[in-house]
Design a protein. Structure first.
Length: 198
């Protein structure tokens, strides 16, 4: 797919920001909002082969919602482009991934990459990672546009208040409620009564 010129790219991001805001409006669920954000970016911006999130849990980044080929599940902090951006807490642009020391190759087609950290207050939550099959795909316009989209994601309440109260190491938090399986028989609809196909 043809890359956008810088002016067209700025316009594309300017249009994408309110679309994302509208898409996430009223939804507080982390997984749902991250999934829709990744899908919107992947299917709107040209020349991408992977878009997705990694969540910070303990001392590693763990794969979250994404679009593209199956990816590495766990990345240690400080390793690869994602781990480097997480440790630095700043966006990292890599024009040629083969020239980046310690690059983690999840998709052999990737040639350039940009990673934006997700930071709320002073807390690192994870990263947004974009890969392209084209060298030098990401520039300052992409960085500014993607950082604005991340800000939309974070201000949309992508993290439910109870998620924020959860200790990422133990899964426990002061505000956490015990998990109760949903098992009321009256509300369970047998598969044969739905329109779902197996």
């Amino acid at each position: 797919m043809k890359s956008l010129a810088a002016t067209d790219k700025a316009e594309a991001y300017a249009e994408l920001e309110p679309r994302l805001r509208n898409l996430l409006a009223g939804e507080k669920d982390l997984i749902a909002n991250a999934a829709n954000t990744a899908a919107l970016i992947f299917h709107t911006l040209p020349d991408l082969n992977w878009v997705g999130f990694y969540r910070l849990i303990g001392n590693e980044l763990i794969l979250g919602p994404f679009q593209g080929r199956p990816a590495c599940v766990r990345i240690p902090l400080g390793k690869g482009v994602c781990g480097t951006a997480a440790i630095a807490r700043e966006t990292v642009r890599v024009p040629d991934v083969h020239a980046f020391p310690g690059h983690i190759a999840c998709d052999a087609a990737s040639r350039s990459e940009i990673v934006i950290p997700l930071i709320r207050g002073d807390r690192l939550l994870g990263v947004l990672d974009l890969d392209s099959p084209t060298c030098h795909r990401f520039d300052a316009v992409d960085q500014a546009g993607l950082e604005k989209l991340v800000a939309v994601l974070l201000t949309a309440g992508v993290l439910h208040p109870k998620f924020e109260a959860t200790n990422l190491h133990t899964g426990q938090g002061d505000e956490a409620e015990p998990f109760t399986p949903y098992s009321r028989q009256a509300d369970v609809v047998p598969l044969r009564q739905t329109n779902c196909a197996i």
